[in-house]
Design a protein around this ligand. Structure first.
Ligand code: AMP
Ligand code: SF4
Length: 472
């Protein structure tokens, strides 16, 4: 996932605004956070640390900085482990001046690119794919940073929504497929770039538009200058899973409200009982109420309740003070597992039949544990409803899904999954209903983790040649 944020201002000090923008994007990454700016000596400065934003960064330090442009990042690792040296932004001072990059996505050809660069003498400081882009810039020492960045991006495959800070200004770039969202906003004469528009709401920034797939946008004292990355593809593929799970419900992506899409997924899920992705042997007609797996399933559960005319009950409670950092890998805590975070209310489940809505099943761990906790409440029946299709394929575009072998839906039928998680019935939303709930044309959406249709063809030798041509 990851969240990126950038500000360009002619007049104001912006470092604290970056901190606040990142706070609104915390759901996109909790492993590390960082901020980068250019100081009076034309040097890049980066502060970053591990953990949640308030653990990683000192807000009072940022509030004193006099930077008028900067970028920030919250990280959730896909390529490269969760270590401090992989935290972002990553920055350097090279032949053409200071540069810092923050990246959301995953480069599918980064191993080949890294090999080409190492053969040219590059020494990598991290195992993150983002450093490849920085090295590709630095290996074109005679070209201005913006031109070098545009050339570098022609050799990169996969998913990237980037904010880049250079002396010429703030740059926002999105891969030609547009897998990950990236929004542009404005407040007075200041421009803002964020992974999701929810970060603008916090700061009173007006949403202007999405950064286009394949666009490189330079923001500086002259305003906005837009460039296009030459690309083999004319098609764009926005990640449909952003609408299912990743994005915050108060964000708007490509004109679509995430909240409305998610609620419609719930409504359609209620209508689709008995479909092909439904284990229909056990009917949900006896259900007394709808509950959700908080918070990821709540918006879809509200849609489900509305459509089925059943009451919605907050019957599973989330302990909002338990973050990832609380979970210590001791045997005792491991055994408690999800119990530390999620608890069913025994009173609400006892002798009643419940519909339990969650957004997705990946390994099946969460569903299995929560259903077994609900069983302990002497529940009559638990009908599990999932507001996305079964995830059968890994994602290579910026989501840390496990390999096929660990995806329960890749190995098991719906009936087998229902049995393994202990639900009386189980139903998934169909791909068609998911697409229609989002409301974008189907050819505009990536659905690869549901149907294996990756589209982007990877040819390793071509990747290497493309990279080598950049340095000619
Ligand atoms: P699992 O327990 O492996 O089946 O994961 C499913 C649960 O994790 C659901 O409650 C989802 O809301 C949540 N989830 C889905 N995708 C992700 C992801 N990429 N990272 C973290 N949590 C996820
Ligand atoms: Fe999104 Fe799935 Fe495509 Fe990955 S494979 S970009 S999670 S729709």
């Amino acid at each position: 996932m990851c969240g990126v944020f950038g500000v360009y201002s002619g007049n104001d000090y912006v470092a604290e605004e970056i901190y606040l923008g990142l706070a609104a994007l915390q759901h996109r990454g909790q492993e590390s956070a960082g901020v980068a700016w250019i100081d009076e000596d034309r040097r890049i400065n980066v502060v970053k640390g591990m953990g949640l934003l308030h653990e990683a960064l000192d807000q009072s330090l940022l509030s004193k900085l006099t930077a008028k442009a900067g970028i920030g990042h919250v990280r959730y690792s896909t390529a490269g482990g969760s270590h401090e040296q992989n935290a972002q932004p990553i920055g350097a001072n090279y032949a053409q001046g200071p540069v810092a990059i923050a990246h959301n996505g995953n480069l599918t050809n980064f191993k080949e690119l890294r090999e080409v660069l190492e053969n040219r003498g590059a020494i990598f400081q991290s195992t993150s794919d983002t450093e490849v882009i920085l090295q590709m810039l630095a290996h074109q020492p005679k070209r201005r940073p913006l031109e070098a960045l545009c050339r570098a991006l022609t050799g990169v495959s996969g998913a990237y929504s980037l904010v880049v800070l250079i002396e010429d200004g703030l740059v926002a770039a999105r891969d030609p497929w547009g897998f990950r969202p990236l929004s542009l906003g404005r407040k007075g004469s200041n421009y803002y770039v964020a992974s999701e528009s929810c970060a603008f709401n916090l700061l009173g920034v007006s949403f202007l538009r999405d950064i286009e797939p394949g666009e490189v946008l330079l923001i500086n004292e002259r305003g906005l200058s837009s460039y296009k990355i030459p690309s083999v593809t004319k098609e764009a593929r926005l990640c449909s899973f952003e609408f299912v799970y990743l994005a915050r419900p108060d964000s708007v992506i490509e004109g679509i409200s995430v909240y409305r899409a998610r609620r419609e997924m719930g409504r359609r899920l209620a209508r689709s009982n008995g479909g092909e992705r439904c284990l229909s042997s056990a009917s949900a007609n006896d259900a007394d109420f709808v509950a959700s797996m908080p918070d990821s399933g709540t918006t879809a559960a509200l849609g489900y309740a509305e459509e089925s005319r059943l009451p919605y009950e907050s019957a599973v409670v989330r302990n909002r003070y338990v973050g990832r950092t609380f979970i210590q890998p001791t045997q005792r805590v491991r055994e408690l597992g999800v119990r530390i975070k999620l608890n069913p209310s025994p009173d609400l489940f006892r002798d009643r039949s419940a519909i339990l809505v969650d957004d997705s099943i990946v390994r099946g761990t969460t569903a299995g544990l929560v259903v077994s906790m609900i069983r302990e409440c002497q529940t009559k029946a638990i009908h599990l409803r999932i507001s996305s299709p079964p995830i059968r394929y890994p994602c290579f575009y910026g989501i840390d899904t496990p390999s096929r072998g660990d995806l329960t839906a890749a190995k098991h039928t719906v009936a087998e999954i229902a049995e393994s998680v202990g639900a009386d019935s189980l139903c998934f939303l169909s791909k068609e209903d998911m697409i229609e709930s989002i409301g974008l044309p189907r050819e505009r959406l990536c659905t690869a983790c549901f149907d294996g249709n990756y589209l982007e063809e990877r040819v390793e030798s071509e990747s290497r040649r493309a990279c080598e041509r950049i340095f000619d």
